[in-house]
Each structure stands twice: as C-alpha cells, then as structure tokens.
Design a protein around this ligand. Structure first.
Ligand code: FMN
Length: 396
C-alpha cells in the first residue's frame, strides 16, 4: 500500500460508528429493555412487563434457566452450526418464534404487522392472538406460510366456527388453543397503573402519553388499539351489555370436550398452550393434539406454579414422541439450548419482541432476531453442536 499508515479513526468517528451499529449499542436484550422502558408510557410498560401476585414465577423462570448448566465438549473439530428446524411439518430457519401477545398494538403501534413481516422474512413462526389489535385477514397474508393463530375459546360454537374459518382463509396453518386462562387473574401492577380494557383516559395516562411522543404519534397514525376481531362479534351480539369487552364472548373453564370439538373442526396442526402437568400432555396426545406448548404464561395467570424448565423433563418422559414447544423468560440463544436440553423441540418468546419494537421500532425486532441467532451459534460452538436438536440427546 502506498503512503504512510492509515489514519486511525477519531474518537468522534468511533462514537458515531457505535451510535450507528446496534450490535455495539444494544448487544443484549437487557440493553433494548432499558431503552424500551424510557420510550413507553408507564401504563403500557406495566401491561407488557407485569405478572400476577407477587410475581414470583417471573423470577423463578429466570432462576431455573440460569440453574441449567451445560458442559462444553472440546476438540469437536470444524463445525458450522446450522439453526434450521422442522416442526409440525414446516421448515423454520431457527428453533424459535414469536409467541401470541394480546393487545400487541397497544404496546407498540403496528406491532402485529411488524412482527408478521419479520416472521415472513426471517422464516420463523408468528402466532397472532385472538385478542390482537388487528384482524386475521390483515395479518395472515403478511405472515405467508409462517402464521399460527392462537385461540382463546369462544363460548358460542358459531363464533368459534367463524373465527376458525376466517383464520384458515387468511392463511394461518397452525391453531394454538390456550388453556391456561380458565378465568381472569388479578394483575395487581396493572391495576395500580390504572390499566383497564377499554383504557380509561385519566389525567395520569394522558400525561404519560404526552411525554412519550414516539408512542403517541405512532398510536395516532395506526389508530386507537382495540380488539378488532372480538369487537366485531360483540357488535352483532344484541344481548351483550354496553360495557362488555372481548372476555364476555370467551368461555371460562373449557374442558377436554372443547379440545375434541376443535380437533374435529381444524384439519391442520393443533397445539395446546399452557400445559404444565405430564398427565395433561398425555391426554392431549390421546385427543389428537399435534404438539404441546409447555408454558406458565410467564406468571401472568398464576403465581404458584413451577417453572417451565422444572416441568419439561417429566412431560418429555410422558410423551416421548410428541413435539414440545416451551416459553417463559427466554432472553437469548443459551436459554433456548437450555430448554432444548430439558426436552423442548422449539422455543417461543413473547415480551422480548415487544421490548425490541418499543426500543428501536421495526428494526429493533430484526436486531433481536440477529442477537438470538448470533447467541445460538456462539453457544453451539462452545458446546460442540452442529444443530440445536443435538442438545436433546446430550446428558448434561
Ligand atoms: C403482554 C402479554 C400478553 C399476552 N397475551 C397472550 C395472549 O393473548 N394469548 C396467549 O396465549 N398468551 C399470551 N401471553 C403469553 C405469551 O404467549 C407467552 O406465553 C409468554 O409471554 C412467554 O414468556 P416471555 O414473555 O417471557 O417470552 C401474553 C404475554 C404477555 C407478556
């Protein structure tokens, strides 16, 4: 090379580079979390981050993940870890996806469409909630073949059949019935934050909104978040009280007969979400369910249950051949490998995607996807794994 040594970049240029590169500024989910919290109105943050009771389950999920120690295998030779995973007959580019989050669009304006776009482009599943702020007809086509639809059980069989027909017509392939919400939970933190459905316009909330301009302007642009799918059915229910919200149409305490009815109605893969007991997994399999989603709803429903990591091995033993999906407190690739080591085939994340959106908008979700992939690969190198599923066969 001609001339003298290349000039070193100035401190200012280095700082500017760091400013630009999200991997230097936000290398982990916790960095995105700090920024998300600053950009969201307090009541929205409380909705996203809270659980119920004293919130012991949230901490328990985390502690149980941290307690899983995986022993590195050395001198494994050249390794190029691949993340591709097949679940329920569909190939995904990684062993993780986006869990259903109700009122997603309240947390970040346009969240459902943003996450559906990410899922389609990165080839990971996106599960749309029954109580999303957008309808299946809008989100299904964005997901392409990556769409799953989550069902809270409507009490009225005609509404149920109509929702299933609409979800199917919108392109959703996998149906997920959530069974761990047999009734409402108290969510004390949300009460303290004045959060109600529909949201009350208290002076406190108006102030919180006014001081978070990005969220406020985005919400103005996308329209006030509401449960469009269920609101549509409420409007045509002449018996519904004027104060009724979506919960009015949903069935509390469904039973195994409900699962059987769904099995007859849905010809694609059917998943039960919110299973913690081995005998429930066995029964699900007997009812023709295609996969069980081991979840404690990240502590939002019941503050007395065990962690997901703790129950996974017994469920795996009970249903050795049934695909198991797991979630709850996952923050990176290492956590995924930990859950796979305990028996999971696939891992889902809920809050993390919304934290990422709130921190950096749509590019935040893409950045989180990068963090997760990079962290998976880095840890697979340490463990000598060519594929995440190899973790299942290791006796660490
Ligand atoms: C704000 C919020 C809303 C949620 N809404 C739903 C929902 O509508 N349907 C559902 O099945 N699960 C819902 N969940 C549970 C998630 O699907 C998932 O089980 C949980 O968030 C996983 O834990 P993680 O957030 O620590 O990844 C919700 C969770 C959060 C945090």
């Amino acid at each position: 090379m001609a001339g003298g040594p290349a000039a070193l970049p100035s401190r200012r240029a280095l700082a500017a580079g760091k400013e630009m590169d999200p991997d230097l500024r936000y290398p982990a989910l916790c960095d995105l979390r700090a920024r998300a919290r600053r950009r969201l109105p307090h009541f929205v943050w409380e909705y996203l981050d809270s659980a119920t009771g004293s919130e012991s389950v949230k901490g328990l999920n985390r502690a149980a993940l941290d307690a899983i120690r995986l022993t590195p295998r050395v001198l494994a030779g050249p390794l190029s870890p691949g993340l591709g995973t097949t679940l329920l007959g569909q190939a995904y580019s990684a062993p993780y996806g986006i869990a259903p989050v109700g009122m997603s669009g309240l947390i970040w304006p346009g969240a459902e469409a943003s996450l559906a776009r990410l899922a389609a482009s990165r080839r990971i599943p996106y599960c749309l909630s029954t109580v999303a702020t957008r309808e299946p007809e809008e989100i299904g086509p964005i997901c392409g073949d990556m769409g799953w639809f989550q069902l809270y059980p409507p009490a009225d069989p005609e509404i149920r059949a109509d929702i299933l027909r609409r979800a199917r017509a919108a392109g959703f392939r996998v149906l997920v019935l959530t069974v761990d919400v047999p009734g409402p939970s108290r969510r004390e933190r949300q009460r303290r934050a004045d959060l109600a459905i529909p949201p009350k316009k208290t002076p406190r909330m108006i102030w919180q909104t006014a001081t978070r301009p990005r969220w406020a302007l985005g919400t103005l642009r996308h329209g006030m978040p509401r449960l469009r799918l269920m609101d549509g059915y409420l409007r045509i229910d002449k018996d519904a009280p004027s104060t009724a919200h979506a919960g009015y149409l949903l069935r509390v305490n469904p039973d195994w007969g409900y699962v059987g009815a769904l099995r007859d109605l849905w010809d694609g893969p059917l998943v039960l979400k919110g299973i913690l007991r081995p005998e429930d997994a066995t029964r699900a399999q007997a009812e023709g369910v295609d996969a069980v989603w081991v979840s404690n709803h990240t502590g939002r429903q019941f503050d007395g249950c065990p962690s997901v990591a703790e129950v996974l091995p017994t469920i795996r033993t009970a249903v050795p051949a049934l695909p198991l999906i797991a979630d709850g407190g996952v923050e990176g690739g290492l956590d995924m490998l930990r859950l796979i080591a305990r028996g999971a085939d696939f891992v889902m994340l809920g809050r993390a995607w919304h934290v990422a959106l709130a921190a950096l908008g749509e590019t935040g979700a893409a950045h989180l996807d990068h963090i997760l992939r990079d962290d998976l690969v880095a840890n697979m190198h340490q463990l000598g794994l060519a594929a995440p599923s190899e973790m299942r066969d290791r006796k660490d």
